[in-house]
Design a protein around this ligand. Structure first.
Ligand SMILES: [Mg+2]
Length: 254
């Protein structure tokens, strides 16, 4: 019997967009944005520590909160990280408007990161075939920030529903973040395919939540499966199309 797949849900980083050419790495990615927050707060008359100490504090808070969150797959938000950094820097957070600070942070695409060449053609085909398309990313940024990237890359118009772990309060593989996107797309788990590059997050979570899982293996990533068994494995996004066709027609294994 054919499965009724009506939605395809994607991870973002190293699934739809290719980080292999990133020109900024690690803590430096956030620091170039945090410097703008530092300059803003200084201009507002707040007494801040030395700029490099402030940036170091942010980096330490980020690692600490992310490590804590991973124990329960809770989702850390950028607002939490900034709030904690300001508190540990001796500032009165109650006087700050977080929405303003997040706008000043001014998240932008990371130089050298670009969409995979077959991302837009694949999404376009899936759209034409009538699939609902979603995105779930383990990212501390609110979705509106990552939408800035999606818009730059031309991916935004194709993705009907999108969530980050920072917004949701849970990260993959926690089932709650899968349920969130399924609710937004108004589909059942058995009607959805999930595509992602990290076995322990994307695939383990999709399997546990009852979605059909597809592991994508970009050439610059070589994650161990560690017991997470994907239903399908692909090397590039366009390979999804024949898999969906087989799932739809029930001719799998032919
Ligand atoms: Mg990824």
């Amino acid at each position: 019997m054919a499965n009724q797949i009506t939605a395809v849900i994607f991870d973002l980083d190293d699934t739809l967009i290719d980080w292999s050419g990133q020109e900024i790495h690690g803590a430096a990615i956030g620091q170039r944005h945090l410097r703008q927050v530092y300059a803003y707060l200084t201009a507002q008359g707040h007494a801040l520590p030395d700029e490099e100490d402030f940036l170091d504090c942010f980096g330490e808070v980020l690692v600490r909160l992310w490590q804590q969150a991973k124990l329960t797959w809770a989702g850390v938000s950028l607002a939490q990280v900034i709030t904690q950094t300001l508190q540990e820097s001796g500032l009165d957070v109650a006087q700050m408007d977080m929405d303003t600070l997040l706008r000043v942070y001014n998240w932008q695409p990371v130089p050298g990161v670009r969409p995979y060449p077959d991302a837009i053609p694949t999404l376009e085909t899936l759209r034409e075939q009538g699939y609902k398309l979603g995105l779930v990313t383990n990212a501390m940024q609110p979705m509106w920030m990552r939408d800035v990237e999606l818009e730059t890359y031309g991916l935004l118009p194709y993705l009907d529903a999108r969530v980050t772990s920072g917004d949701t309060g849970y990260m993959k593989p926690h089932p709650a973040i899968y349920q969130r996107i399924l609710d937004m797309l108004e589909v059942e788990p058995a009607q959805a395919v999930f595509v992602g590059d990290r076995p322990e997050n994307d695939i383990a979570g999709a399997n546990a939540a009852g979605l059909t899982s597809v592991l994508i293996r970009p050439p610059h990533r070589n994650y161990e499966l560690n017991g997470s068994q994907p239903d399908y494995t692909i090397g590039q996004l366009s390979e999804l199309l024949p898999i969906l066709e087989k799932l739809e027609t029930g001719r799998l294994g032919d």
